[in-house]
Design a protein around this ligand. Structure first.
Ligand code: SF4
Length: 121
């Protein structure tokens, strides 16, 4: 099982190859390989397997902006119809992510300067 928090269920779909250093990027790639290889997702509450290799992680908190990432987690979980503690297939989550409406993305992505591959416009 790949442990992922709410907003990473969304953001991992749009990996651009950019990241917060080599360790973070390599871990991200490995997680994607596991997911596309069919390993199921365990929905995490808070820090997950992406955060584990992130320079912003402070124990189980996000040193970048804990409140902001928790808000994104909540938005993502509500939109995807899942909750922390649940499990899901990556292919199913990906299909749900791709069907989210434009207005939802405007709220979810507002203020984010992460370089991702999500098509815009
Ligand atoms: S910035 Fe925060 S939420 Fe994002 S990967 Fe790093 S620790 Fe996790």
């Amino acid at each position: 099982m790949v442990r992922l928090r709410g907003h990473h269920l969304v953001c991992l779909n749009f990996f651009s190859g950019e990241g917060l250093g080599d360790e973070f990027r390599d871990n991200y790639r490995r997680l994607l390989e596991r997911l596309t290889g069919g390993e199921p997702v365990a929905v995490a509450d808070g820090a997950d397997e992406v955060c584990r290799r992130c320079p912003h992680r402070q124990e189980d908190l996000c040193g970048w902006d804990e409140a902001a990432v928790l808000r994104l987690d909540r938005l993502a979980l509500a939109a995807l119809g899942t909750a922390a503690g649940g499990a899901a297939a990556w292919t199913e989550l990906t299909a749900r992510v791709r069907s989210l409406p434009g207005a939802w993305w405007e709220e979810f992505c507002a203020g984010c300067d992460w370089v991702c591959s999500r098509p815009r416009g």
